[in-house]
Design a protein around this ligand. Sequence first.
Ligand code: E4P
Length: 217
Amino acid sequence: MQLFLDTTDVAVLKDLAATGLVDGVTTNPTLIAKSGRPMLEVIAEICDLVEGPVSAEVAATEVGGMLAEGKKLAAIAPNVVVKLPLTRDGLIATAEFAVHGIQTNVTLCFSAAQALLAAKAGATYISPFIGRLDDYGAVGMDLITEIRAIYDNYDFDTEILAASIRNPVHVTQAALAGADCATIPPNVFADLFKHPLTEKGLDQFMKDWAATGQSIL
Ligand code: E4P
């Protein structure tokens, strides 16, 4: 399973990328706004730091604008993935980008039927929003299971990118449900390393080791 970081914070990205565990990055207009920086500059900087896919989202809502913006974003670096909303126009643009070999991430997916359309349009990634469905009173993870079954039934190549991840349990459940990737906010990514029993066990080992008075080096 590939793990992406959902961030525009370059300092945080540098820190977590040093673990070698960050396979890619996703961004969205809200995260660009939070960065307070020009989008093209932030995306270029992220692409320099990460070899894997970096999703950059269009701001236009009609096909012509999406195509123009997407081409500009794709020209920033070879690892840019053009992110498009799951709308009629978004899927028309997705199909056009597929013809030209430009990678796409279709975002704001909230139903299996939407995911089916995205795959038929030739999306590289589909982003089902787990947390926002949970917030809405649904079981977000069920959507991953449904999309996995549909994509497997018809051998679609579109990768399932579990998005709107809120906690480490979401990551585990997405992996169990067969998501190809998960995009994770930095605080949740940092939490993935942790378990209280790991900390407790290490503390005891260190105390016992110190009592031996030995040194390995
Ligand atoms: C991913 O592509 C989205 O930008 C992100 O996962 C949305 O997460 P949120 O629902 O926490 O804003």
